[in-house]
Design a protein around this ligand. Structure first.
Ligand code: ADP
Length: 353
């Protein structure tokens, strides 16, 4: 089986998975360090708090935890919090970098007791490593093959007890035996606008940017329910205010976001392009994922993991067994009728209509 491609470029400011080095440092400074500082996801926070407190009271490592959801919603942040809250060391690894069982064995055998092992994009780990992980998660043990051919023997190796925190943007791609070995799965949801305002307010305070409530609310409405995008748009607004020598006010927000092609409901160029193809080239669908990806010149995984979840969430696109279908709300938003013409109310422009 070939490895699925990583989500690649979309639009830089609104691609929830794109991280430059500068951005990683910026994000690092903004990451909440405790569950109480972590905004939103109330249910998941409560569940995690209970699980972690119980483990501390019983003086044992917490159960393995799977964090599932689109990029930029706080999976890495939560993994770090899980380690901080229990005062445990944290090891970071990533699924695509684990290409052989040996890569995983090297990580597992060097864990210290109680360590939290975070594996990002765990669905992209090699199959042979996945199988090794089953035994490691269940019995804190792995079998290492020594020698080759007929003389090869397997030597058991005991591991220090650890907590695996796996993150995935595509929980459907995890094999059941792996999914079943997590004691708890948290499905992260897109954030509500009032939660994003809190994320932004906190970030603005941390970077020392004076910004008013209306400007915050405007950014919150345009960041696709995603804290990473919220922080990134805030940064662009700060740049705009800095360069133009003005305040980070509503005018700066409008100007900065127009410059970066983010519309009033957070759609970017790629979202509009996907909708344009579905609505105008395929008459509203159904259209298959791969056809759609080829038509917009993107990886199908980018469309599936990055673009679609938001379009589905705002009720513009539905996934059916026959393909993707545009909803009446999408037709209305873009001022089109399903017979192909513009509706009388007009609507928002699709690029290149
Ligand atoms: P993921 O691992 O799901 O892609 P991250 O954990 O890296 O997402 O989060 C991206 C950024 O968004 C982090 O730097 C953090 O500052 C911010 N963030 C995410 N979730 C929250 C939250 N609930 N509260 C405050 N900031 C958040």
């Amino acid at each position: 089986m070939t490895e699925p491609a990583a989500p690649t470029a979309g639009d830089e400011v609104t691609n929830p998975s794109l991280e430059s080095e500068g951005e990683l440092a910026f994000e690092g400074a903004l990451r909440p360090r405790s569950l109480t500082e972590f905004v939103g996801q109330q249910k998941v926070r409560g569940q995690l708090q209970l699980l972690l407190t119980a483990a501390t009271m019983q003086n044992r490592t917490p159960d393995h935890i799977l964090l599932a959801g689109p990029p930029g919603l706080g999976k890495t942040t939560l993994a770090m919090i899980i380690a901080y809250e229990g005062d445990r060391p944290l090891r970071m690894a990533s699924g695509p970098a684990i290409q052989h069982a040996g890569d995983l064995a090297a990580v597992l055998s060097s864990l210290v007791p109680g360590e939290v092992l975070f594996i990002d994009e765990i669905h992209r780990m090699a199959r042979s490593a996945e199988e090794m992980l089953y035994l490691a998660m269940e019995d804190f043990r792995i079998d290492i093959m020594v020698g080759k051919g007929a003389g090869a023997t397997s030597v058991p190796l005991d591991l220090a007890p650890f907590t695996l925190v796996g993150a995935t943007t595509r929980s459907g791609m995890l094999p059941n035996p792996l999914r079943d070995r997590f004691g708890f799965t948290a499905n992260l949801e897109f954030y509500a606008e009032n939660e994003l305002e809190l994320v932004l307010k906190r970030a603005a305070a941390l970077i020392g940017l004076p910004i008013g409530q209306r400007a915050l609310a405007e950014i919150a409405g345009r960041c696709r329910g995603t804290p990473r995008i919220a922080n990134r748009l805030l940064r662009r607004v700060r740049d705009y205010a800095l360069v133009h020598g003005g305040d980070a006010d509503l005018t700066a927000v409008h100007a900065a976001l127009e410059l970066y092609d983010v519309d009033e409901i957070g759609l970017d160029r790629l979202d509009r392009e996907v909708m344009r193809i579905v609505l105008t080239r395929f008459g509203g669908g159904p259209v298959g994922l791969n056809t759609l990806a080829v038509s917009v010149g993107e990886e199908s995984e980018t469309i599936e993991a990055v673009v679609e979840p938001f379009l589905v969430r705002i009720g513009f696109l539905t996934r059916t067994p026959r393909g993707r279908v545009a909803t009446p709300a999408a037709w209305r938003h873009f001022g089109l009728s399903s017979s192909g013409g513009l509706t009388s109310q007009g609507g928002l422009p699709l690029d290149d209509l």
